[in-house]
Design a protein around this ligand. Structure first.
Ligand code: ATP
Ligand code: MG
Length: 386
């Protein structure tokens, strides 16, 4: 008997994509997430991926595989020889292991047509075997406490739990994107959602030391680490932003500083994206959430980027974003109270209807010196691999 994790990927997701490319990438992502589980061996079989592993590693491996995008559900299963006696023994064992069980049903599937018993007959037979062997138990076809699946192929797979996963597409199949990652609640969720659609995420964090502390930076590193459970490896660029930000604050009209700062963030992130082969920028903005996220604010921020800017949270309420952040495990870190560069030097009356032409005019005073400052910021970005 061998312990395995059965991995199911959605057939729908395969349409229009190259099937083998998709499955190979998914298998690779599963291998990567299981690097810390020494006993794990990932194999592709007809229509599934299976992970062989020691029973002791099952819990850890399940929790990691569950987070990989492109998977519809997983089951913890045993593989046994397709021999009737062995199947019977294991069916009894699995039912006995579920202590206090009152009702069950068998769902048998005969994939191997050379096996002597057809699926409905096998269901009935194993049902009888269990009723004879286990006391105080009944069959309930419609609402059983435990549904024991017996899939007879060349070997037989036995399992009783379908653990739903997050679906989506395997990370990497949709190319690379640069996520503007702050320490807030929104941007980690935005990155998660793009990774769900197959985007490999790199992070760009603007750090205004000493106005933003080392702890603020560590918080972003921690967030990227949590995200990497879903997104796979993340390359995080910590961009020194103090010089750019203080220059804007000194030389631009106060009410425009937030938007102008955001325009420079986009410009720098775009340079990093291009250096890294990323084909889009990603932010955690949501329409109307704060003063800089009005239609005009987003427009003024967008205007400086040539790459498409994806904002997967644009139509989400804060409460909906918080719910996702809690589910994926970033929320508790995000609410730690360290400053972000957006929360320092906040204008008293920020511009909520900025006009691109006005922003351009205000930027004229700094645009020359910004060329060098932006280049320095990109060159001095610290790269952290997670
Ligand atoms: P978040 O919760 O993601 O910080 P927010 O609601 O606080 O978002 P803003 O602070 O206006 O909103 O930031 C909007 C978006 O700009 C963020 O979602 C993020 O993508 C990006 N951003 C803001 N600050 C930074 C930063 N210091 N480094 C990188 N990106 C940033
Ligand atoms: Mg923020």
């Amino acid at each position: 008997m061998e312990h395995v994790i059965l991995v199911r990927y959605g057939e729908i997701a395969l349409k229009g994509l190259n099937r083998n490319f998709f499955i190979d990438l998914l298998a690779k992502n599963i291998r990567n997430t299981l690097r810390c589980v020494e006993s794990a061996k990932v194999k592709k079989i007809q229509g599934r991926i299976i992970v062989f592993l020691d029973e002791a590693d099952l819990e850890l491996a399940m929790s990691r595989v569950q987070k990989v995008f492109g998977i519809v559900s997983i089951s913890d299963a045993v593989i046994i020889p397709s021999d009737m006696k062995v199947i019977e023994e294991n069916a009894i064992k699995r039912i006995r292991e579920a202590e206090g069980l009152k009702t069950f049903k068998i769902t048998a599937k005969r994939g191997d047509k050379t096996f002597p018993m057809k699926s409905p007959d096998l269901c009935a037979h194993l049902g009888d075997v269990i009723l004879n062997a286990v006391e105080g138990i009944k069959v309930d076809i419609h609402n059983p406490e435990l549904n024991l699946w017996v899939e007879v192929r060349e070997e037989t797979y036995m399992y009783h739990e379908f653990i739903p996963c997050n679906g989506g597409l395997p990370v990497g199949c949709s190319g690379k994107g640069a996520l503007l990652l702050s320490g807030g609640i929104d941007s980690p969720v935005a990155g998660y959602m793009m990774a769900k659609r197959g985007v490999e995420v790199i992070g760009v964090y603007f750090h205004s030391f000493p106005f933003t502390s080392d702890r603020a930076k560590q918080k972003v590193v921690d967030l990227a680490k949590i995200m990497s459970q879903y997104c796979g490896k993340i390359k995080l660029f910590v961009v020194p932003f103090t010089e750019v930000q203080t220059t804007i604050v000194e030389l631009c009209p106060e009410r425009q500083t937030t938007i102008i700062m955001r325009r420079y963030m986009m410009r720098i992130a775009e340079t990093i994206a291009e250096n890294e082969g990323a084909k889009c920028l990603i932010t955690g903005e949501s329409l109307g959430q704060v003063a800089s996220q009005t239609m005009e604010g987003l427009g003024a921020t967008n205007a400086v980027a040539e790459l498409p800017v994806f904002r997967p949270l644009i139509g989400f309420d804060k409460s909906e974003i918080v719910k996702i952040a809690q589910t994926i495990g970033t929320f508790e870190t995000s609410i730690l109270p360290y400053e972000d560069c957006c929360t320092i030097f906040v204008p008293k009356h920020p511009e909520t209807r900025p006009k691109v032409a006005e922003m351009k005019r205000s930027e004229e005073a700094i645009s020359e010196m910004m060329i060098a400052m932006m280049a320095t910021a990109v060159a001095n970005a610290e790269v952290i691999k997670l």
